[in-house]
Design a protein around this ligand. Sequence first.
Ligand code: NAD
Length: 294
Amino acid sequence: MSGATLIDGKAIAAGLRGEVAAAVVRFAGEHGVHPGLAVVLVGDDPASQVYVRNKKRETEAAGMASFEVKVPAATSERELLAVVEELNRRADVDGILVQLPLPPHIDSGRVIEAIDPAKDVDGFHPINAGRLASGQPGLVPCTPLGCIILAKSVQPDLMGLEAVVVGRSNIVGKPVAQLLLAENCTVTIAHSKSRALPEITARADLLVAAVGRPELIRGDWIKPGAIVIDVGINRVPGEGGKHRLVGDVDFEDTRHVAGAITPVPGGVGPMTIACLLRNTLVAAASRRGLPIPL
Ligand code: NAD
C-alpha cells in the first residue's frame, strides 16, 4: 500500500468555521439575533488560558459575540454556580462553556449540571448526553462531532462499518460511540480493561483512538485500508529539550497500513473549536424555536 490519505483537519475546520460565519450573517439578517458565547475560566492555568484565548479569537472571527468571565482559583463552588446562573439568565448569551479542568475544591459535575441544557455548547450536561443516547436532537460534544465530520470527509456514508472506539470517557469515547451508532456503524468500545486490544482494533474499518497514551496503537493493530481518527494529544520529549505532540496512534508505523488517517497536530484538534462555534449558532437558533441555519 502506497500510504494513507491524510485527513486535513486544519483545512476541514477552516471550511466549517467559514460556513458558520456565513450562516451567522444570514441568521442575524433574518432574525436580528447576534449569537454570543460565554467562556468561564477559573484560575490561571496556562494551557486553559491559551484555549480560552483561541476560543475568543475564533468566536469573534465567526462574527459572534464573545464574553470572557475570569474568576480566581480560590472561587468557591457556590460563587461559580452563581456565575453560571447569571449567564443562564442573560439573553445575549447563547452558549456557556466552563473551561475544564476546575480546581479540586469544585465539583465539575455539579457545575456542568447547573448550565442551562439549551446553552450547554460543550454537550456535557446529562440531559444532552441522554438526548444523544436516545437519538433525540440536542447539543453534541464538540470533539466527538469533529471526529464524525473528519471520518465522513473520506467516506460520506458510514453505514455498516465496523467501528472501534478506544477510550470510554464522557467527553470523547462514549459520545463518539453514540454518534457512530447513529451513523449505523457496528460499534465496539474498548478501554483500559479490555483484553487483546490489538485484536479488537484490527477488526475496525473505522478506528477512533481517544486514550491519552502516546503512540499506543501500532501499524500491525490496524486493518489495511481502515479510516483512523486519532484524538490523542500527548506531549513527549523532543529534540533539544523541547516537547512535541504525538497522538495515541503511531503515525509513521500506521500511515502505510491505514486507508486514511488524521495527523497530530492538525487532525481532530482544530475541529473542536469549529464545532463549538457551530454549536453556539445551533443553540442560538434552537432555544428561540428558529430553524437551524446550517
Ligand atoms: P480520559 O483519560 O478521560 O480517558 C481515557 C480512556 O482511555 C479511558 O476510558 C480509559 O479506559 C482508556 N484507556 C486508558 N489506557 C488504556 C489502554 N492502555 N488501553 C485501552 N484503553 C485505555 O481521556 P479523554 O479526556 O477521553 O482524552 C483522551 C485523549 O484525547 C487525550 O490524549 C486528550 O488529550 C485528547 N483529547 C483531545 C481533544 C481535542 O483534540 N480537542 C479533546 C479532548 C481530549
